[in-house]
Ligand binder design. Structure first.
Ligand SMILES: [Zn+2]
Length: 525
């Protein structure tokens, strides 16, 4: 990431060299004619993109070649297919249903590559995850993390203790193995139990195995708010892990969550940029929504009351001796999350109402209403816990990539890229269109060293989105989170139209993208 500006410049010069009329003989398979081309690194220009097979043949103001098919892209934006570095689409990619494996919610936004296994959840059997696409075709390209949580559960289980030396050695071997099978790096979700039980040095020793083989440390940090160590200390811990384990750090879905840390974005940015100036590779991704997605119980019920699962929780709800402590803790969690009006229930009987509205209808206070709802069923909620000032501050930084954190029940799975364009480029002008495209494609490809992806240039894979800049927008909302985005005309994945004339073609042209471990870091096979 620290070299990105220089690399971008060199590439820009190279492209200027080839951005002349392409008069080479021979026929190409596909010609995208007359669109406004954003290459991922250069100023936009009107021109043509020629494609042969799965690769881009030329990107130029005018391609004088015959083509089997010509797509008229006049008035359209032509850009590299978007790359999403943080998703939870692994289940979708492995689904038995071929239609689900297309990942329509991503294709209809122009997302052609996604990472899976984030938040520490990535299956350590990375080789198996990546090869599954060979027998079960998928709609988008994907790369995978090995997850710290999955590794820890396999060896230590769910308990709150440190691994003994033999266990630590086994955990390290699992990470090393996964890296040698093509993992992107090690992901963590230190906020979540049982990952939260791990001390920094345990994480360092596993991250080192990823770093030795060229991987990245991708982390949902220990605290994005004021729950335990606090946002600033959690960012500091991530930087420390990167330094000690000698590998690049990517902070997942960077944010300042909750009233106690609102307005802290500038402080966090200053800290990260100081580390960058000191030579450390640090980046982040971000989803463009002010609400996170969770459940009502996860948002409000203290961990001690959830210990032992749902039946134990219901028993504690009925125990008058625990009532004062429970009420005090829920009240405090409500305060941190901005009050009952900031929690929108998106599932079940109360769908579409805030907790405050439910309480009014039930003529109860907020705590009693929350308990009453959870007693019947713990619903998914959108928790509005970020302020726009922080979102925009993070978004403006040149090291912050577009991500979705896609998971079901939240519109971010269906609309993150489209919303970022419609809201933060077109309406609010936080970013230019060129910045939005670069930070959704080339920056991500550079950061994670994805070969021949993320840019429109000769020789690169033909992952391309063509969208109408007047129509491209998310339709998904918190109330209706599963609506496909609007405005995407055509999407090519490895040269094959996955979306054509605004509709899915049903073609599953995605590929697994195993990463090449650092030479000499893995046993010869
Ligand atoms: Zn996360």
């Amino acid at each position: 990431m620290m070299n990105a500006p220089r690399r971008t410049l060199l590439l820009g010069l190279a492209l200027v060299g080839c951005a002349t009329s392409d008069t080479s003989p021979g026929k190409v398979d596909l010609l995208i004619r007359g669109g406004t081309i954003y290459t991922g690194s250069d100023a936009p220009f009107i021109g043509d993109v020629a494609i042969i097979g799965d690769r881009i043949r030329s990107v130029s103001p005018h391609a004088a070649v015959a083509a089997t098919r010509v797509i008229n892209a006049a008035g359209m934006v032509v850009a590299p297919g978007f790359i999403d570095p943080h998703t939870h689409m692994g289940d979708g990619l492995a689904s038995a249903d071929a239609g689900v494996r297309l990942i329509p919610n991503f294709l209809m936004q122009g997302v052609t590559t996604a990472f899976i296994g984030n938040d520490g959840r990535g299956d350590p059997a990375v080789g198996r995850v990546l090869t599954s696409a060979a027998t079960r075709p998928v709609g988008i390209n994907f790369a995978a993390y090995v997850g710290f949580g999955a590794v820890r559960e396999k060896v230590v289980g769910q308990t709150n203790r440190a691994p003994d030396p033999a266990e630590l050695a086994r955990m390290r071997a699992l990470v090393a193995n996964a890296m040698c099978q093509g993992a992107l790096g090690l992901s963590t979700g230190l906020f979540y139990a049982p990952q939260s039980f791990a001390k920094t040095d345990e994480v360092v020793s596993l991250a080192r195995e990823a770093g030795l083989r060229g991987g990245t440390y991708d982390t949902h940090i220990r605290d994005e708010s004021s729950y335990t160590i606090g946002l600033a200390a959690a960012v500091e811990e991530a930087l420390e892990i990167g330094r000690q384990a000698a590998l690049p750090v990517n902070i997942s879905h960077i944010k300042a969550l909750g009233v106690d840390v609102h307005g802290q974005a500038p402080t966090i940015i200053a800290r990260i940029e100081a580390a960058q100036r000191a030579g450390q590779k640090v980046t982040a991704d971000q989803y463009p929504w002010s609400a996170s997605g969770t459940s009502l119980a996860a948002a409000l019920i203290p961990l001690w009351a959830q210990d032992g699962g749902r039946q134990a929780l219901l028993a504690r709800f009925g125990d008058p001796a625990l009532a004062p402590r429970l009420r005090a803790d829920i009240t405090e969690n409500l305060r941190k999350r901005g009050g009952a009006a900031s929690l929108l229930i998106t599932q079940g009987e109360h769908k579409g109402r805030t907790l405050a509205e439910v309480a009014t209808r039930r003529a109860e206070d907020h705590v009693a209403a929350a308990i009453a709802v959870i007693r019947i069923h713990d619903p998914a909620i959108a928790s509005f816990n970020q302020i726009e000032r922080d979102i925009a501050a993070f978004m403006r930084r040149p090291w912050v990539m577009t991500g979705s954190d896609a998971s079901t029940g939240h519109p971010r799975a269906f609309g993150s890229f489209a919303r970022k364009y419609a809201k933060y480029v077109r309406a609010d002008r936080v970013l230019t269109l060129r910045q939005f495209i670069e930070r959704s494609s080339a920056l991500t490809a550079d950061t994670f060293r994805l070969r021949d992806r993320g840019r429109l240039r000769p020789g690169a894979f033909a992952d391309i989105v063509i969208f109408d800049p007047t129509l491209y927008a998310a339709r998904a909302t918190y109330e209706q989170p599963a609506l496909l985005a609007a405005g995407v005309r055509t999407v090519l994945v490895n040269g094959i139209p996955a979306v054509d004339n605004g509709a899915l073609t049903g073609k599953a042209a995605g590929r697994a993208l195993p990463q090449t471990p650092r030479p000499g870091s893995c046993p010869q096979r």
